[in-house]
Design a protein around this ligand. Structure first.
Ligand SMILES: NC(=O)c1ccc[n+]([C@@H]2O[C@H](COP(=O)([O-])OP(=O)(O)OC[C@H]3O[C@@H](n4cnc5c(N)ncnc54)[C@H](O)[C@@H]3O)[C@@H](O)[C@H]2O)c1
Length: 219
């Protein structure tokens, strides 16, 4: 399966690298050319135990690539993860402008059925917002599904948290999208990771409830 991860920050880089290690072909995309150049040279912009070794291994085995070409990555992927930043605005609410920009780019490049997954931490209703942007702006009429799959990794143990999570939360309306997501995460089934399958809004709420309980540094 080909997937892409949009946004190669903390969450995107760990997510993309770990999925490549699960055996999936992953294209990690960022609009920051210097970050992508660095990654192509084998330099990792963040320190996270074990990450460099897995990046190197999966580049060498041909499953992990880094690019700034968002259109091409979208076109060749069945699953598209959105992992761009959602920084707080002055009033404390999340700035969704990066998410909206990515949704518009996905809409323009839809060339067949795709699953669009939000990894970024987003307020309840963002999945619906992404759906409506894509429906409104897509050029051709292709079917797509939106999935909420929040990330709970902690800096300093991010690889371990991704590879051995306490739970995987998947929020979607479509059985097909859930089946594709379960397939992607199949190595975690083997270690009996609990999967919480719910609707999109509940999944978005679960992440916010977690942040509320554990503190804003978990955003
Ligand atoms: N850092 C954490 O520990 C953590 C944990 C769980 C969830 N999250 C959430 O995950 C999301 C990402 O967090 P992060 O820390 O990885 O962010 P980050 O700011 O480190 O990285 C985001 C990346 O997205 C890129 N980007 C923005 N717009 C783009 C576009 N249109 N096309 C391509 N690339 C684009 C930026 O250049 C940047 O490299 C946020 O919503 C955050 O709240 C973070």
């Amino acid at each position: 399966m080909n997937i892409c991860v949009i946004g190669t920050g903390y969450v995107g880089l760990v997510t993309g690298t770990c999925f490549a290690d699960f055996g999936v072909n992953v294209s990690c995309v960022d609009k920051d050319t210097s970050k992508i150049d660095m990654l192509k040279r084998g330099e990792i912009p963040i320190y996270e135990p074990g990450l460099k070794e897995i990046v190197d291994k999966n580049i060498n085995e041909g499953r992990l690539t880094f690019t700034t070409d968002l259109s091409e990555s979208i076109k060749k992927s069945l699953v598209i993860f959105i992992a761009v930043g959602t920084p707080p605005k002055e009033d404390g609410s999340a700035d969704l402008s990066y998410i909206e920009e990515v949704a518009r780019t996905i809409a323009k490049n839809l060339n067949g059925y795709k699953v669009i997954v939000t990894k970024s931490t987003v307020p309840v209703g963002t999945g619906k917002l992404i759906e409506s942007i894509i429906e409104k702006e897509q050029g051709e009429d292709h079917k797509f599904d939106v999935v909420s799959n929040p990330e709970f990794l902690r800096e300093g143990s991010a690889v371990e948290d991704f590879m051995r999570p306490n739970r995987v939360v998947l929020g979607a309306r479509s059985e097909q999208a859930i089946a594709i997501m379960k397939d992607l995460y199949s190595p975690l089934y083997l270690i009996e990771t609990p999967f919480v399958i719910t609707d999109i809004e509940t999944s978005e709420l679960i992440k916010y409830a977690f942040v509320y309980k554990r503190g804003r540094h978990h955003l």
